[in-house]
Design a protein around this ligand. Structure first.
Ligand SMILES: *Cc1c(COP(=O)(O)O)cnc(C)c1O
Length: 431
């Protein structure tokens, strides 16, 4: 079964003439899987429809935000309501106060929060704050963790940078890159040696994805996060949890709640925007008070705290808090893992399959996969064929072997079972 994609193809032709690479974010271009991107016309619940009218079960979920699926009624209705008031004032509103109160209520380590417009901004500014507060320049990140595309964080980054094998990027000044050390994830000893190597009183922050999802899904090893926390405390280094993907997803209070670790600063985006562009970062009041205008570390944004974005995010977070869907999402994630494991085994394909709540991932590699170095051993060529086969089966996966998949409250057991059956057929055919 091959689906007609003529409308997507002609839109892509037009796009490629006026938008670099035809897309506004690199992994969307399908370069890593061959072929051309699908243009999406609409979505509802767990399903999307492309420009040619083909429908798919969607495991991308806009790359993480759509934990309630496409067009959840609570969000759509809230947006309709706020449109009656206006779209932007550049002045404070009640909505952003409620948003900040709700975040502080469900994330105990966050006593104050600043709203921004993307995860990139949240991570970039949390580093500036960490440097400003500590008076230190150096930061340590982990290979394959993606923290947005600001200069100092593109070193050995995941997501599109992993997909395209770009180590850093032209345009990042050497002096900036030199202040970022990037090391393998899940290796506490290496972190200790790196801190010692940079020298006492020099490292401002360690930033990490507590459950990396931008090199495929790589869960933290037992004790790793606590070990990082202890090391940071010992050296006066601020620990930044990038919860852009995990926040309000792997638990209401994010990975820090799930693993019982208290970071100094946390960054958010994706789920907290409910499908609109939102980012945020927060932490202890004493640290956050160093931000302008309360303190000297500068940060600003014309559309920050925008009423539409705040409304969509607030409706999403309230719904998550009030309905507590996390046990159900956990079960669904487990069902996905067990199904995919047996589908791969039946087809004789070596695979490492994992989930953390509603984040799921599969490497075509016998494992273990604990780091970016190990993630990169996945069979990307097999993934390409798998991806195309699944698309023909009506299953829309992230077009890269180095991305997590996302379940939503609108995915059903029946959909997961259908997906597993499709995977069994596809893997049987291509392996
Ligand atoms: C997506 C992502 C970012 C970047 O967020 P943008 O809104 O795309 O700038 C940062 N960190 C993590 C962990 C992410 O998954």
């Amino acid at each position: 079964m091959s689906r007609s994609q003529t409308n997507s193809a002609s839109l892509y032709d037009r796009a490629a003439r006026v938008i670099p690479g035809g897309v506004n974010s690199p992994v969307r271009a399908f370069q890593a899987v061959g072929g051309e991107p699908l243009f999406i016309r609409e979505g509802d619940g767990a399903e999307i429809v492309d420009a040619d009218g083909n429908s798919y079960i969607d495991y991308v979920g806009s790359w993480g935000p759509l934990i309630l699926g496409h067009r959840p009624p609570v969000v759509v209705e809230a947006l309709r309501g706020v449109l009656e008031r206006g779209t932007s004032f550049g002045a404070p509103t009640d909505i952003e106060v409620e948003m900040a109160e709700l975040i502080c209520e469900v994330v105990p380590s966050v006593e104050m929060v600043r709203m921004v417009n993307s995860g990139t901004e949240a991570c970039m500014t949390s580093l500036r704050l960490a440097r400003g507060v500590t008076g230190r320049d150096h930061v340590i990140k982990f290979n394959g963790c993606y923290h947005g595309h600001s200069d100092g964080l593109l070193v050995e980054a995941g997501s599109g940078v992993a997909t395209f094998g770009i180590s850093g990027s032209p345009g990042v000044p050497g002096d900036v890159a030199r202040c970022t050390a990037s090391i393998e994830f899940n290796d506490l000893d290496l972190l200790r040696r790196t801190v010692d190597g940079i020298g006492p009183g020099k490292v401002a922050a360690v930033i990490l994805e507590p459950v990396p999802g931008n090199m495929g899904l790589v869960p933290p090893a037992e004790g790793f996060l606590q070990g990082v926390r202890d090391l940071c405390t010992e050296h006066g280094i601020l620990l930044i949890f990038d919860e852009v993907m995990t926040g309000f997803r792997v638990a209401l209070g994010g990975a820090q709640e799930r693993f019982g670790i208290t970071p100094d600063l946390s960054t958010y985006s994706k789920v907290i925007g409910g499908g609109l562009p939102v980012g945020a970062f927060g932490g202890r009041a004493e640290l956050m008070s160093q931000l302008a205008p309360a303190g000297p570390v500068y940060q600003a944004g014309t559309l920050s705290g925008n009423p539409l974005a705040m409304t969509a995010g607030l409706a999403t977070l309230r719904h998550l808090r009030d309905t507590d869907p996390y046990d159900g999402l956990e079960d669904l994630g487990r069902r996905w893992v067990e199904g995919m494991r047996s589908a791969a085994a039946s087809a004789g394909v070596p695979a490492t399959v994992a989930h953390c709540g509603s984040m799921v991932g599969m490497f075509f590699h016998p494992g273990p996969v604990r780091s970016y170095a190990e993630a990169r051993q996945t069979d990307t060529e097999l993934f390409q064929r798998y991806f195309r086969g699944m698309l023909d089966e009506g299953i829309y996966l992230a077009p890269s072997a180095f991305e997590a998949g996302f379940l939503s409250t609108r995915h059903t057991e029946e959909m997961v079972d259908r997906t597993v059956e499709a995977a069994g057929r596809v893997l049987g055919r291509i392996s």
